[in-house]
Design a protein around this ligand. Structure first.
Ligand SMILES: C[S@@+](CC[C@H](N)C(=O)[O-])C[C@H]1O[C@@H](n2cnc3c(N)ncnc32)[C@H](O)[C@@H]1O
Length: 404
């Protein structure tokens, strides 16, 4: 399945009573996220909301916002708990190696949501992180969230530059501290950081690290996590697990009953290309891109050397849309290795999972019928010397099947 967040659905579904939820007096008990299920932050939304609500930071900065799942939970907490926080989201809104590239639809949607709900106190800073540094004074940030490119090198680089901006006693949140595949190295940096000051790791989903810079007191909720394990931290952890499980269940339900079509998630489609040498398709051997809908687009996805030795698989995470594909080309600096732009080549593409090919005179028309549609290309004969094959798709994604 083409997904990094749906794959993490939890099996821990307990009743409110069992989870001790009734005993928890967290601000997030009444939290209903306006946006969720957009990225990999779903499992931590309730904690993120509480962190802002109890810390009441004057200045909050997020590095890596993408579609805004984490950031807008922070903003929602600010409004609903009147924390009087100034919030800044820093991102170039182009995507990166891990999240994949994405088009302008993302920034447009984030800017529109920000404008509609949080214009008074929230600023989107569209730039590279390094370029945004001069906007913030040293020791000024109360709550810093880092969720950027996840290679060890990039994380070390970002922390070296941004930790001086965090005030003494301020709180750092680091996302994806548990992920150990796909070249993620946050866990290594986190392991080092944890030795330097008070810290706590949420071991659910992709993992969230909470770290305090230097000495300082913290609200009781964070104190109990920093001194874990204890009765109160056990209860909190269970509470957050339960909240995460509920949201994941809700997402699954939205796919089942089709209401996913009405969510913010449905405004874009993730195209995920699985490259494999042995025929087994794994998340870590895949590359993603994400695009907005309703107009023809061309996207290019670079693959590692020797891709195509086994069938390439293309998945779409797309909420019950119709996808018209005009062409799929695999090329490299050595030339074109594969082209499908009409009848015979289209006929050799296999559809599996939640997709159905529909007749169309010009394009390969694919109707998405569920969460996990897959296209398998024929085996390609790409010479082993080719270092970077590139898959280019020309396609249009429509929420309602077009007449043309
Ligand atoms: C993992 S995503 C952020 C996910 C987000 N926090 C959420 O809740 O879904 C990482 C983001 O960091 C951005 N990014 C990575 N490196 C960057 C850099 N050096 N400067 C600016 N943005 C960067 C990417 O554009 C991408 O949108």
């Amino acid at each position: 399945m083409a997904s990094w967040h749906f794959g993490r659905q939890r099996t821990i579904i307990r009743t409110a009573m069992e989870s001790g939820e009734t005993l928890i007096d967290a601000p997030s008990r009444r939290f209903r996220p306006i946006l969720f299920g957009l990225g990999a932050w779903t499992d931590h939304l309730h904690f993120g909301y509480d962190a802002v609500s109890v810390l009441r930071p004057r200045l909050l900065v997020e590095l890596g916002t993408d579609r805004g799942e984490s950031y807008f939970a922070f903003c929602q907490a600010t409004v609903e708990n009147k924390t009087d926080t100034r919030c800044f989201a820093v991102d170039n809104w182009r995507g990166d190696l891990h999240v994949g590239g994405y088009d302008e639809a993302t920034y447009r949607q984030v800017a529109a949501h920000n404008d509609e709900h949080y214009r008074g106190f929230s600023t989107l800073v569209r730039s590279d992180f390094d370029d945004a540094l001069p906007r913030f004074e040293d020791n000024s940030i109360d709550l810093l969230h880092v969720d950027a490119l996840h290679t060890e090198e990039a994380v070390r680089h970002d922390l070296a530059r941004w930790l001086p901006k965090l005030r003494a006693g301020g709180i750092l949140l680091m996302h994806d501290v548990l992920v150990r595949n796909r070249g993620f190295g946050v866990w290594k940096v986190w392991a080092d950081l944890m030795k330097t000051s008070r810290a706590f790791t949420f071991e659910i989903g992709p993992g969230l690290g909470v770290w305090q810079k230097g000495e300082g007191s913290a609200p009781p909720m964070l104190e109990s996590l920093f001194t874990a394990p204890n009765e109160s931290s056990d209860r909190l952890i269970e509470y957050y697990q339960c909240k995460a499980a509920r949201l994941q269940q809700e997402i699954a339900q939205q796919w089942q009953d089709g209401s996913i079509r009405q969510t913010a998630f449905a405004q874009q489609t993730i195209v995920q290309v699985f490259h494999t040498r042995d025929g087994a398709h794994r998340e870590e051997d895949s590359v993603c891109a994400r695009i907005g809908h309703e107009s023809w687009k061309e996207i290019s996805i670079s693959l590692p050397a020797r891709s195509g030795a086994a069938p390439l698989r293309i998945d779409f995470v797309s909420a019950f849309t119709t996808i018209d594909i005009a062409s799929i080309v695999v090329g490299s600096s050595a030339g074109e290795h594969y082209r499908a732009d009409g009848g015979r080549e289209f006929g050799a593409i296999r559809v599996e999972g939640d997709g159905k090919r529909e007749p169309h005179d010009k394009s390969f028309r694919l109707k998405i019928t569920g969460l996990d549609p897959q296209l398998y290309l024929p085996i390609l004969n790409i010479p082993e010397t080719v270092e970077q094959p590139v898959v280019t798709l020309r396609l249009r994604i429509s929420s309602v099947t077009p007449n043309d």
